[in-house]
Design a protein around this ligand. Structure first.
Ligand code: FAD
Ligand code: UDP
Length: 383
């Protein structure tokens, strides 16, 4: 008899499993139809021995001390600040746009104050900021929008920025100074031994049974359990009763090169060239020293594994119907990027999963975080 069957061993399912088993002595069956834990954050050593992220680059960043403290039970960290360059008009320029981006692209020598004045001059004032087009035009004007956002967004989403919520392109800040970090969060770090090792530490508990290569629908009839926690696509759970929710997918082309280093930074974006959006070189993220290097190209597409909810009004309306159905479904809890149809980063799904645990256990979030065991309670890693 299990207290919980948890569907999906990504961040969402694993946090709920670890929390409920470790702190509340619940018996958990964690199932995933993939052959591994970690969900989209899964990493592994490839045939050459280079640590790669199977489902594209995952960089951990958060402003939440609680989330960082919670995960720090299960991993040591390697400090890492992410930097990205974009290939635009025959040169590599920093993205997010900063003063160096503008100086390089337009042959200027603006300082920080002049940059503010420059953007003020070129920005297009919009009455309301509703779409991704509005947010970028209102910050940096049409030329930078065309050079750095329009093509990338059309490729990534198969939609024009004018068809996507402001929150999509609004993820990327604009800076007047020379700060060229992709993220501004207080905590920016990679799990020292990789994401998968962190998940293994999290799930290593006698109250947690893991069943991989398992679709939950194939086992529910033969398992006794009290409640279900579901982290897969919400429309699939309900057999697409109201129609399919659109998800954007990606195809990944992994390559290993016989050189120690391929590109100057971890990620290079290609807003206007090629069918792929970006190329990632993993050794920048992991700090691994190796004679070879591994990279991945991302080709956006429809119809493959669901990776991205698509933030736009009609999809939010459709999701609301599934959300109401979820709320009315007894003994089933929905959490995570796919189950709540939210374009969430890893730290956000961890926070959401911890919130579900407070509901399931009746404890406060402060209590949950305080329960975090010291790191030396980890099992020896042997490496
Ligand atoms: P998932 O990781 O999708 O896990 C859900 C799991 O449920 C899957 O493993 C799936 O196999 C399983 N499942 C579904 N249906 C069933 C079923 N019927 N039976 C059994 N199992 C089932 N976030 C960041 O913070 N930083 C980044 O740099 C970053 N980069 C990203 C890059 C890419 C290309 C993508 C796609 C996402 C990125 N993210 C990043 C977001 C991050 O991947 C997600 O926030 C996080 O992985 C979501 O975790 P989850 O557990 O909710 O979902
Ligand atoms: N974006 C863009 N040009 C860039 C980088 C991002 O137009 O060089 C837009 C694009 O729409 C993208 C969104 O901003 O989907 C969010 O970018 P982010 O890097 O956060 O995407 P993710 O890592 O989630 O794929």
């Amino acid at each position: 008899m299990f207290d919980y069957v948890i569907v999906g061993a990504g961040f969402s399912g694993s946090v709920v499993a670890a929390q409920m088993a470790r702190n509340f002595r619940k018996r958990v069956l964690l199932v995933d139809r993939r052959p591994h834990v970690g969900g989209n954050a899964y990493d592994h050593a490839n045939e050459a021995g280079v640590l790669v992220h199977k489902y594209g680059p995952h960089i951990f960043h958060t402003n939440s001390k609680d989330v960082f403290t919670y995960l720090s039970q299960f991993t040591l960290w390697r400090e890492y600040e992410h930097r990205v360059l974009a290939w635009v008009a025959g040169q590599l320029v920093p993205i997010p746009i900063n003063v160096d981006t503008v100086n390089q692209l337009y042959g200027l020598k603006l300082d920080t104050q002049e940059m503010e004045a420059y953007l003020d001059k070129v920005a297009e004032k919009r009455a309301a900021i509703t779409t991704s087009e509005d947010v970028i035009l209102s910050r940096v004007g049409r030329d930078l929008y065309e050079k750095m956002f329009r093509g990338y967004t059309r490729k990534q989403w198969g939609l024009d920025p004018s068809q996507l919520d402001a929150s999509v392109c609004g993820r990327i800040p604009v800076r007047f100074n020379r700060d060229d970090r992709y993220f501004s969060d207080a905590y920016q770090a990679m799990p020292l031994q990789g994401f998968t090792r962190m998940f293994e530490n999290m799930l290593d508990h006698p109250n947690i049974t893991i069943s991989l290569n398992t679709d939950y629908r194939d086992i529910l009839g033969s398992v006794r359990y009290r409640e279900l926690v579901y982290t897969g696509p919400v429309d699939e759970f309900f057999d697409y009763r109201f129609g399919k929710l659109p998800y954007r997918s990606l195809e990944f082309r992994h390559e290993t090169l016989n050189v120690p280093k391929h590109q100057a930074v971890a990620v290079i974006n290609y807003p206007n060239d090629h069918d792929y959006t970006r190329v990632t070189e993993f050794k920048h993220l992991t700090g691994q020293v190796h004679a070879k290097t591994s990279i991945v190209y991302e080709y956006p597409c429809d119809g493959g594994d669901p990776y991205y909810p698509v933030p736009r009004p009609e999809n939010a309306t459709l999701y609301k119907r599934y959300e109401a159905l979820s709320a009315a479904t007894r003994r089933v809890h929905f959490t995570g990027r796919l189950a709540t149809y939210k374009y969430y980063n890893m730290d956000q799904v961890v926070a959401q999963a911890l919130a579900l645990c407070t509901k399931l256990s009746g404890s406060s979030r402060e209590e949950l975080v305080r329960m975090a065991a010291p790191l030396d309670a980890l099992r020896p890693t042997g490496s």
